[in-house]
Design a protein around this ligand. Structure first.
Ligand SMILES: Cc1cc2nc3c(=O)[nH]c(=O)nc-3n(C[C@H](O)[C@H](O)[C@H](O)COP(=O)(O)O)c2cc1C
Length: 263
């Protein structure tokens, strides 16, 4: 089986997962590549059918060692009868724990067959100038590794070497518990120009821009897309518990981690 059609399905609020998937796709070099980006609620297809000979790469960030619930919900649109799938998770240099096996199980549930997997590193969503965590990842080296991984996928497909046994990726079942939810969100300061950029990138439609920026704290998933997109540095995550977490990450997880591929 060679790779004619590549489908990439991703949830990626701050775009690190998306950049890794793009680099993998470049390495695969399929005749046709279709991107189904489910980061925004209004872009989620009702059903996304994948043909048996599509190669499907499914990408999501790691939130507390798991796949974010919003992504789990949106991946429910996926359907297949046996297409080869490659789960890819991107994490902020701490750990990916049970996220990769969870994504592989989501794929299996939708009828896919996991044939490979990978965990890459992206700048942590909570990273700021004061608490820098995995800044500017993925970098050139990461993207080269992602592209190489894509090339290996293409040659394995061409050899038919994926056709044999079921493939296992690291992680535990049952998965670790999700972190308890919190009703809070980033806030906009007086520097806000009401440009609406934060509203446009919010994956859960938690932000409404009018005469001021209003954020629904019950919808916010702390992805920090709104903080990172703000050209005026007016949006900040000043939730005390998360500021503590950021400092803990800096103190304990600053040593560079490298991507892991399973093929
Ligand atoms: C709520 C939340 C929880 C996170 N939990 C983890 C984690 O358990 N381990 C880790 O290394 N990074 C964690 N991160 C960081 C993200 O996995 C990382 O920044 C990733 O690159 C974001 O992907 P995206 O750019 O596609 O949104 C977390 C981020 C958020 C917002």
């Amino acid at each position: 089986m060679s790779c004619k059609n590549l489908k990439m399905i991703c949830f990626s609020p701050t775009r690190t997962t998306r950049r890794i998937l793009d680099a993998i796709a470049e390495g695969v070099g399929a005749e046709q590549t279709e991107v189904i980006d489910v980061t925004r609620a209004d872009r989620v297809p009702e059903v996304c059918d994948c043909a048996a000979d599509d190669l499907v790469i499914i990408g999501a960030p790691v939130y507390s060692g798991r796949i974010p619930l919003t992504a789990v919900e949106r991946f429910k649109a996926l359907r297949s009868c046996g297409s080869p799938a490659v789960p890819v998770v991107v994490y902020g240099n701490r750990a990916y724990e049970d996220a990769l096996i969870e994504l592989s199980d989501i794929a299996a549930e939708a009828g896919f067959k996991t044939v490979a997997g990978a965990a890459f590193i992206g700048e942590h969503s909570f990273s700021t100038e004061k608490t820098p965590i995995a800044v500017s990842r993925p970098d050139e080296d990461d993207l080269d590794k992602a592209c190489e991984f894509g090339k290996s996928l293409a040659s394995k497909l061409a050899d038919g070497a994926f056709d044999d046994s079921a493939f296992e990726v690291p992680g535990n079942r049952p998965y670790k518990d999700r972190s308890p939810g919190m009703s809070a969100s980033p806030v906009s300061s007086d520097d806000c120009q009401l440009c609406g950029a934060c509203e446009r990138v919010c994956p859960t439609a938690a932000i409404v821009t009018g005469a001021s920026v209003e954020t629904d704290p019950d919808k916010c998933i702390f992805c920090c897309a709104c903080v990172k997109v703000c050209a005026f540095e007016a949006r900040k995550l000043e939730v005390p518990r998360l500021l503590e977490v950021s400092q803990w990450l800096v103190d304990n997880f600053s040593e560079r981690r490298e991507p892991e591929v399973f093929i």
